[in-house]
Design a protein around this ligand. Structure first.
Ligand code: FMN
Length: 188
């Protein structure tokens, strides 16, 4: 039997009761057969400083190693001020350097996000897609998983209760797995 595909899941919020962290936990449980989602927590990641890029902090080195060894990436992003939260952009920047040694290069990637607002992190997600151009990441286009009114879709313990959202996550993960296999086959 083939080894399961490893998807590295990163949520762009440090908040203990973060809906996006909860959404990532739901994805871990909904991973399709033949794939496993591992998570990387952004707590403790230092702010990017180009003076340090040749001598990365251990947490940055760990992020780069985990991203590199993963078959695919799953970003789960809140929207802050109509864009990508600083903690997630910082993590992306950290693992993209030094120039020519980006851990994201050529990785298949999927995005989802949750907000207490109504537009489901769409503006943050489209900004994230823009970064994939320079990062040379290969995003899954559809389905777009944009979870609005998140406070109504999780229980008190942060478990996802909304069946529609669960189905969308399953579809997104299935697409990510298919997409990753296609890219891996075409690389051989
Ligand atoms: C600094 C800040 C900026 C925010 N900006 C937006 C925004 O532009 N659009 C939006 O839908 N929600 C915005 N929100 C509300 C977030 O959707 C909400 O706080 C959400 O719960 C954050 O994700 P988390 O639960 O994973 O921490 C903002 C929240 C913060 C703290």
């Amino acid at each position: 039997m083939n080894d399961p595909l490893v998807i590295l899941g990163i949520a762009g919020s440090l908040r203990k009761e973060s809906f996006n962290r909860s959404l990532l936990r739901a994805a871990v449980e909904l991973a399709p057969e033949g794939a496993r989602i591992e998570t990387f927590e952004l707590d403790g990641l230092p702010l990017f400083n180009q003076d340090e890029e040749q001598n990365p902090h251990p947490k940055v080195a760990e992020l780069k190693q985990r991203a590199r060894s993963a078959d695919a990436i799953l970003f789960v992003t809140p929207e802050y001020n109509y864009s990508i939260p600083g903690v997630l952009k910082n993590a992306i920047d950290c693992a993209s350097r030094p120039y020519g040694d980006s851990a994201w290069n050529g990785k298949p990637v999927a995005i989802m996000g949750a907000t207490i607002g109504t537009l489901g992190t769409s503006r943050a997600q489209y900004h994230l897609r823009q970064t994939f151009v320079f990062l040379n990441m290969y995003p899954v286009n559809q389905p777009e998983v944009m979870v609005s009114n998140a406070q109504d879709r999780f229980d008190q313990e942060g478990r996802l209760t909304d069946e529609t959202t669960k189905k969308l996550i399953q579809q997104l993960l299935a697409e990510l797995v298919n997409w990753t296999k296609r890219l891996q086959q075409s690389a051989h």
